[in-house]
Write a protein that binds this ligand. Structure first.
Ligand SMILES: Cc1cc2nc3c(=O)[nH]c(=O)nc-3n(C[C@H](O)[C@H](O)[C@H](O)COP(=O)(O)OP(=O)(O)OC[C@H]3O[C@@H](n4cnc5c(N)ncnc54)[C@H](O)[C@@H]3O)c2cc1C
Length: 342
């Protein structure tokens, strides 16, 4: 059992803490599946993976410590929005790695490792069927594997792996969606070991999916994900590229029924609490938009400039701003139905 020390939060219901999380977040359809609760649970009772967050036998097994609530970004949810504070913004393309867009997430990670700022980084790789798979990056050499880089539009258990990493190592990086970044900021406030997360790389994000729902949905449209080399969401289209060079695309609107409820109340497009945010909007094809927010991220970008390992241009920051506003518009919170009942 992992020992944590923190101030116990207040309960809203006369149940164990997981019962409170279940009532206020999971059953209230606010859970963003960041898996912070699964990571922090001292008895490892909370399950995540490709299914809604649950603690099957919580009535008996929950030790009622309150850690799950302490780290949940959706407990007493106040949505973050906008582009956030930043030191500089660039549009860039790595000269040595291949990724989803400009492979700048990969370039930043490799450079941070080479500078000795971090010992390891948690990345999301995939299997043949595009199920997410966590990998620990200890050397830039691992980043030439094309399954390790690139976007997987499915939930991934990044934070449980990050917990193990901060127990073992003093300086760690991770890459995550905006909800994961917010969860880690909460973890850092209450659990000292998470101060070892030195670099939090946030991805721009509109929505994510359960793998089984996405793959079943695509299979109905005749798409065999095992033959896909890349999946992408661009300009309102879900695009799949195949090994034979072919591609298909579908309007994202058609995916509405499989967008998880917790994503539909999220307004943070730009991962405002990250050290550095990276996305495709705001850059031409093959480049990533990079929003540098903290001194450590600035050091890494300065090193990339000095070493010339990336081509750097001006980003279209207004395009990013527009997407930030669009996400707030399409994801009202409280939702209209909830407002009516209050
Ligand atoms: C679910 C999701 C939705 C996104 N939506 C948008 C969007 O609407 N608009 C936009 O501009 N950009 C969006 N992005 C970001 C975009 O797809 C690229 O990840 C980003 O531009 C970085 O590209 P890159 O070439 O620099 O990254 P690369 O160098 O290729 O690195 C990609 C990184 O993403 C990580 N990663 C991949 N899948 C996941 C996952 N499921 N969970 C956590 N980490 C993951 C990998 O570990 C790797 O570190 C989204 C990303 C995700 C994961």
């Amino acid at each position: 059992m992992q020992e944590w020390q923190f101030l116990v939060p207040d309960k809203k219901h006369k149940k164990k803490f997981f019962g409170n999380l279940k009532a206020e977040v999971i059953d209230a359809k606010l859970c963003c599946h960041c898996a912070a609760c699964a990571a922090i649970c001292p008895v490892d009772g909370i399950v995540s993976g490709d299914q809604p967050i649950d603690f099957p036998n919580w009535v008996k097994e929950c030790v009622d410590c309150g850690a799950c609530i302490k780290v949940c970004p959706r407990w007493e949810y106040k949505p973050l929005k906008g582009i956030g504070n930043y030191i500089e913004a660039i549009s860039a393309k790595s000269k040595r790695f291949k990724g989803q867009d400009g492979a700048m997430v990969t370039e930043i990670t490799a450079t941070a490792l080479e500078m000795g700022l971090i010992e390891k980084a948690i990345f999301v790789s995939r299997d043949e069927e595009w199920r997410t798979k966590i990998v620990t990056i200890r050397s830039p050499v691992q980043l030439y594997d094309r399954k390790v880089t690139g976007t997987k539009y499915s939930y991934a258990d990044v934070l449980p792996a990050l917990k193990d990493a901060v127990i073992e190592s003093k300086a760690v990086a991770f890459v995550g969606t905006p909800c994961m970044i917010s969860a880690v900021r909460k973890m850092q406030k209450s659990f000292k070991k998470f101060e070892r997360v030195k670099l939090a790389i946030g991805l721009f994000c509109t929505e994510n999916f359960y793998h089984h729902q996405l793959s079943e949905f695509l299979a109905k449209k005749g798409v065999d994900l095992r033959l896909a080399t890349k999946t992408d969401i661009k300009k309102g289209k879900f695009i799949v590229r195949f090994v034979d060079g072919g591609r298909v695309s579908f309007p994202v609107k058609e995916f509405e029924e499989i967008i998880p409820s917790g994503c539909k109340v999220c307004q943070d497009f730009a991962a405002v609490e990250s050290d550095v945010s990276v996305g495709s909007v705001g850059s031409e094809s093959g480049f990533s938009t990079v929003i540098v927010r903290s001194e450590i991220a600035k050091k890494v970008i300065d090193q990339i400039r000095e070493k010339g390992t990336a081509e750097i241009k001006e980003p279209d920051i207004q395009a990013v701003q527009k997407l930030c506003e669009y996400k707030v518009k399409i994801h009202p919170y409280p939702s209209k139905e909830k407002e009516k009942t209050q």
